[in-house]
Ligand binder design. Structure first.
Ligand code: SF4
Length: 110
């Protein structure tokens, strides 16, 4: 799996992404059961509210080889402060519309 991660720009102040890297390394969370090697090709944020730039960033991740993009748990689960992104659904829809079957989307990481 060639993985790109998109995370919440607002959450960067609270989180260096450690749990995501550990989850990938240990193949836990959404990566449980993945047999193939997971290579992280990029780790970026959504570009800030309301997440419109996430489409451009997803495109760039795919250009750099990502076959899968995970939305970090800060987006849909709201970790670590319990504040899910109010634009998460729309952001995912826009990326799905733009990239279609070029990439698989995962709704969380851990
Ligand atoms: S659009 Fe959502 S994911 Fe992006 S910064 Fe705003 S709250 Fe965070």
């Amino acid at each position: 799996m060639k993985l790109g991660i998109i995370r919440c720009m607002q959450t960067e102040d609270y989180c260096p992404g450690t749990a995501d890297f550990k989850t990938i390394r240990e193949k836990k969370g959404v990566f449980e059961g993945v047999e193939e090697k997971i290579t992280l090709v990029g780790f970026c944020n959504c570009g800030g509210c309301p997440g419109k730039k996430a489409v451009l960033r997803a495109r760039k991740l795919v250009e750099r080889g990502a076959d899968t993009i995970a939305f970090a748990s800060c987006i849909q689960k709201g970790t670590p402060i319990g504040y899910p992104c109010p634009f998460a659904k729309k952001m995912k829809e826009l990326i799905e519309t733009d990239l279609g079957d070029k990439v698989k989307l995962l709704d969380y990481t851990h």
